[in-house]
Design a protein around this ligand. Structure first.
Ligand code: NAP
Length: 319
């Protein structure tokens, strides 16, 4: 892999960043901001005092409060990083003290519902820059945060029609400073794409691991003992945060159900092929999926090359 000199990319500078929610994602972003000196101060806001105390102890926040209204006072950047089901509630709570020029962004895994929930509480729609870093682990909380989480990963911004260009550019520069490949698209498009690339795979992992959990005890013990690569990978995905994923499925219902419908049809085709000994169908599918895998790897390598060109002063066609 080529080493990328991210220091060459444009660097945003903020006075006070309010992190509403300070877990894996906001904590990792806070680490980037601290590490690169992108803000004078980071204020963490979390439900529990213990989470705030830990964030301060870890050096990813300068101070913290439990009230979103207090957290956003004087902030020029507000990053909402709670489970998506709580975004509307925290947005409502901070309305009264929000600075009219503050940029509001978020890191939620779905976008249409987040925008619907946040917009009614914003005095100025132009400062909203919804975002989704497509990076994560199965761990939660500020202790799980690390500053290289976003390096080489996509970050999708879904500006609304009224989003100010300067706000969009600053949020884009922030994610680039974190090492992400930034692209923009509509929230609806984002939710459809993520339904197939992320939400459906999680649903499948939850199902497979759930099936094992329901097996009789002796069978379950055998599965766990002889767990090979495939199943272990599924358990890692199925070990993801239950509240976060509950909220994703409940709030991206239509797109997930559509993809699930297609998946069920494809599964039936495979079921039939196995029943009737149709090796041709199976081999043909597995050959195509192997190509997809190669494409995914090639895409990652292309990004590394493109980022290296940009770091050397080349063009930026990331969108
Ligand atoms: P996390 O580590 O569990 O942290 C969540 C934070 O939100 C904590 O500060 C928590 O406070 C607070 N919080 C939880 N429930 C809340 C509620 N009902 N009201 C107010 N605050 C609440 O979560 P995360 O993994 O960073 O995920 C945060 C967001 O990033 C989610 O919207 C998720 O969709 C998105 N995202 C996650 C990943 C991933 O892989 N994890 C990847 C991309 C995007 P306390 O600790 O004080 O309870």
């Amino acid at each position: 892999m080529t080493d990328i000199d991210y220091a060459q990319l444009p660097v945003p500078k903020f006075h006070r960043v309010a992190m509403i929610g300070i877990g894996l994602i906001n904590g990792s972003l806070a680490k980037v901001i601290k590490g690169k000196g992108l803000a004078d101060e980071i204020v963490a806001c979390s439900r529990r005092e213990s989470t705030i105390a830990r964030a301060i102890e870890l050096g990813i926040a300068d101070r913290g409060v439990t009230d979103p209204a207090e957290a956003v006072i004087g902030a020029d950047l507000v990053v909402i990083g709670t489970p998506v089901g709580a975004v509307g509630k925290v947005a409502k709570a901070m309305t009264s003290t929000l600075d009219r020029n503050a940029i509001i962004t978020d890191v939620g895994s779905i976008k249409t519902k987040v925008i619907d929930d946040v917009l009614p509480h914003l005095p100025f729609r132009g400062r909203l820059v919804p975002g989704h870093p497509v990076a994560g682990t199965e761990n939660s909380g500020p202790d799980a945060a690390f500053d290289t989480l976003f390096v080489g990963r996509h970050c999708i911004l879904t500006p609304i029609a009224e989003t100010d260009q300067d706000a969009l550019a600053k949020v884009k520069a922030l994610w680039q400073a974190a090492g992400s490949r930034v692209s923009t698209m509509t929230a609806e498009h984002h939710d459809r794409v993520l339904a197939i690339t992320s939400h459906l795979p999680h649903l499948i992992a939850y199902t497979i691991v759930g099936t094992v959990a329901d097996l009789e005890e002796h069978q379950q013990t055998e599965v766990l003992r002889y767990s090979a690569g495939g199943f272990t990978d599924f358990t890692r995905i199925a070990g993801s945060d239950p509240v976060m994923w509950r909220d994703i499925f409940l709030n991206n219902k239509e797109a997930v159900l559509e993809m699930l419908g297609r998946f069920s049809e494809d599964l039936s085709v495979l079921q039939r092929a196995i029943r009737w000994g149709d090796g041709e169908t199976l081999e043909s599918l597995f050959t195509r999926t192997r190509e997809v895998r190669r494409g995914v790897i090639a895409e990652g390598q292309a990004f590394q090359r493109q980022a290296a060109v940009e770091a050397a002063g080349g063009s930026d066609d990331r969108g």
